[in-house]
Design a protein. Structure first.
Length: 315
């Protein structure tokens, strides 16, 4: 049977008492967990570069607000493709996940769904993502298809390099191209710099996240920047978050942004600095909370860009 009434409980690091685990029918819960619906921070982190890029494009085009239709499409696409990416990742990593305390409760290693069922669900989500992508211009469609390359290779990187977070950055920051391309049908240096900033930001926040698993990762041979940086994580985060801020500010300059955009970038820098100051790499619960706080960082930058577009248009 494709659907089963078997429900062995929520994933260990999921948001507690989430509607996925309390309201959804038991037969659907494993698939929602496979797509990480009970952990919305993932699709927010995938969505933010898209929305930042759309807002930055609005500033460059002299529009008063990012294209609302594009924002909605990016939201729908982020939820679908983040779910597809997580499903793909879980199919590839099932043997590793079964050996790690935090991940052995995921649907496939926990026996809630089979690999075949997961593959079918992956295709369904990918088709939804494709439907969303086809609403954009031709250049954006091609760009979106190319994004599948870093998505496809990412799950294998933890086996061969100490920098799997870099490859996650390649995939999760791709939206920095998409918002701009959707508006202009082309790219320029501004979205490229936004993309580079997104990569640095992603490496930073996912390093914090990876500190939850460093002991288990060492036992099973999984590599990460958390293991690579170790006790030097805070200096590494200073460099990564500092570079991200520099790239974001440079992208704003090239987009002809005004003071409100830079105020948002400055406020965001303060938030990132707070993460570094309070971080305890040996406190897994705190690492998870700081990782999730990057959703707030996304709002800060987006609010600054949107405010700047409104001010620039005289509203």
């Amino acid at each position: 049977m494709f659907f089963s009434t078997k429900d062995t409980g929520p994933v260990a690091d999921a948001v507690k008492r989430h509607w996925v685990d309390t309201k959804l029918p038991a037969a659907l819960r494993p698939y929602a967990r496979l797509a990480r619906w009970e952990r919305p921070i993932g699709w927010w982190l995938l969505l933010w570069p898209c929305w930042w890029s759309a807002a930055l494009a609005a500033i460059a085009a002299g529009n008063s607000f990012p294209n609302i239709w594009h924002l909605f499409l990016f939201f729908a696409g982020a939820v679908a493709m983040r779910g597809a990416g997580c499903t793909y990742n879980d199919i590839v990593d099932v043997n590793i996940d079964a050996q790690v305390e935090r991940t052995r409760s995921r649907p496939i290693p926990a026996g809630q769904v089979s690999r075949t069922q997961a593959k079918v669900f992956l295709v369904v989500q990918a088709l939804i993502g494709l439907l969303v992508l086809l609403q954009f211009n031709t250049f954006s469609i091609v760009l979106g298809i190319v994004s599948l390359v870093p998505v496809a290779i990412y799950p294998f990187m933890k086996r061969i390099t100490n920098w799997p977070q870099l490859f996650l950055g390649f995939a999760f920051s791709w939206g920095a191209f998409m918002g701009w391309a959707a508006e202009f049908g082309s790219l320029s240096l501004a979205p490229v710099l936004l993309y580079l900033g997104g990569i640095c930001w992603t490496i930073g926040y996912d390093t914090i996240y990876a500190h939850q698993d460093k002991e288990d990762d060492a036992l099973v041979g999984v590599k990460s920047t958390a293991r690579l940086f170790g006790t030097r994580t805070k200096p590494a985060l200073i460099a990564l978050y500092g570079l991200a801020t520099l790239f974001f500010a440079s992208a704003a300059v090239l987009a002809d942004a005004g003071p409100a955009a830079f105020a948002g970038i400055l406020a965001g820098m303060v938030h990132l600095g707070w993460q570094i100051v309070v971080l305890d790499i040996d406190d897994g619960d705190q690492c998870l909370k700081l990782f999730r706080s990057n959703g707030t960082y996304g709002w800060i930058l987006f609010a600054g860009f949107v405010a700047d577009a409104l001010i620039g248009a005289g509203l």
